[in-house]
Design a protein. Structure first.
Length: 454
């Protein structure tokens, strides 16, 4: 297979010609070293077939190996890089010329070394990406060298020799095989190169599309978060209204107390105003924690927080939505878990908000309730649950509620990202968000957190 993805310099291959050059780069050392090994190993053939020529043939083999090794060194030069294809198509003639010289010295037509030329043809067809013109050229050149060797090295007539005719047929068979291999190999390589380029193009398109989808998802998640903040803010305005009015009335009463010279009453009024202002600061602090928190790329399990405090923050931020619904908390005071407090707070806000809507939808009135509980498991983990007695979830919707953009709300009331984002947050904490529900009776969402043992 042609390595069509990248060249050695890291640049991507685009054209088939570049792919062929990349093939030569990839296999240049293997083919040269293998040729050198086979040429030297052929000394054993000299020893058994023509021992009288062993010293001379060994010199021939050393010269051929030296030339091929020089080509191997030349590959790594600027000149070699510019002409790598030409060099690779020419240096295989070195062993063929060597074999031709041996045939000439060992009787021409009668020499057994004509088989070496056939092996060279097969090696060319298998290891080199030849096209039909190159394959035919090598075939004719190889057979031409054999004919020249026979005429020069044979004592007697050549064309009328049955041995020459048989050897010629044998060589021409190998020429046909090599040409056929080259034709279909070239066609296969072109198809593979085209397929690889299509895969690369599709891969690049997928990367670009994934980046666009990721950006769009972040924007949608941000939009969902802003919508949630808008809903929270509307409720928080009502929560802020009471302590602000209370503090304003108290401050107006201070001059009256001072006019009566009643310092004790004045100090009590100021203390009441401070309580109201502290309440306002607490609500604003909770909202800022939820609004401006950015999740860290590091593992959320590196931090620890008090679970009850986070639950209370979620309760305060959903107080308006949960108005008229009984909130039951069953969370130990000193329970510390590992994770990102703000992210888990976002999950609880989303679950409590959904629970409040379900209770309103079921028209439970004063009988509506939301229970937030936490219990320690034997595995040193803590199970957190948010349960309501609201409208419940239809069975055919239950398996899809964590899918992004799936929502049963009417248009304009949400994008259906709340539960999917919550699911992802819980996953980052090494757990799963589970949902159990019975339509008309209520729902229960639960997940686990790692207990802080430090």
């Amino acid at each position: 297979m042609i390595p069509a993805w990248h060249r050695e310099d890291g640049q991507r291959v685009t054209s088939y010609r570049e792919a062929t050059a990349a093939y030569f780069h990839f296999y240049r050392r293997v083919t040269c070293l293998m040729a050198i090994f086979l040429i030297l190993a052929g000394t054993l053939l000299d020893l058994f077939y023509y021992p009288q020529h062993l010293p001379l043939f060994f010199i021939f083999r050393l010269i051929a190996c030296a030339l091929i090794f020089f080509v191997l060194l030349l590959y790594d030069t600027p000149l070699g890089n510019r002409h790598i294809e030409t060099m690779t198509l020419l240096w295989p003639l070195i062993p063929q010329v060597m074999i031709t010289a041996m045939i000439t010295l060992t009787g021409g037509v009668e020499s057994i070394y004509f088989i070496g030329l056939s092996y060279a043809l097969v090696g060319l067809g298998v290891f080199f990406p030849l096209n039909i013109v190159q394959a035919i050229t090598f075939s004719l050149a190889t057979y031409g060298l054999y004919v020249v060797a026979c005429f020069v090295g044979t004592d007697g007539p050549v064309l009328t020799s049955s041995t020459f005719g048989g050897n010629s047929v044998f060589l021409l068979f190998f020429c046909a095989v090599m040409t056929t291999i080259s034709i279909y190999g070239d066609r296969w390589r072109r198809q593979m190169h085209q397929m690889q380029n299509e895969i690369i193009t599709q891969h690049d398109e997928i990367v670009v599309n994934n980046a666009r989808l990721a950006d769009a998802r972040l924007q949608l998640v941000h939009s969902e978060k802003m919508a949630s903040l808008g809903t929270l803010a509307a409720g928080i305005l009502h929560e802020l209204n009471n302590p602000i009015n209370y503090s304003a009335i108290a401050i107006k009463m201070v001059p009256d107390a001072l006019a009566r010279n009643d310092m004790r009453d004045a100090l009590e009024i100021v203390a009441d105003a401070e309580v109201g202002i502290a309440r306002v600061k607490s609500i604003i602090s909770d909202l800022k924690t939820f609004a401006y928190h950015e999740p860290s790329t590091a593992s959320p399990l590196s931090d620890a927080f008090n679970l009850l405090e986070t639950v209370r923050v979620a309760c305060r931020l959903t107080a308006h939505e949960c108005a008229g619904t009984k909130i039951k908390l069953d969370v130990p005071e000193n329970l510390t878990v590992r994770g990102d407090a703000a992210s888990i707070g976002s999950v609880l806000i989303n679950l409590m908000s959904n629970a409040a809507h379900a209770v309103v939808q079921a028209r439970r009135g004063e009988q509506g309730s939301i229970a937030v509980s936490a219990r320690r498991l034997p595995s040193d983990r803590v199970q957190v649950s948010v349960e309501d007695n609201g409208a419940g979830i239809a069975l055919d919707h239950l398996s899809r509620i964590f899918e992004p953009f799936f929502t049963t709300k009417t248009v304009g009331q949400g994008l259906g990202l709340g539960l999917s984002v919550s699911y992802a947050i819980v996953e980052r904490h090494g757990s799963r968000l589970h949902a159990d529900s019975e339509e008309g009776k209520g729902s229960r969402f639960s997940f686990e957190l790692e207990l802080d043992l430090d």
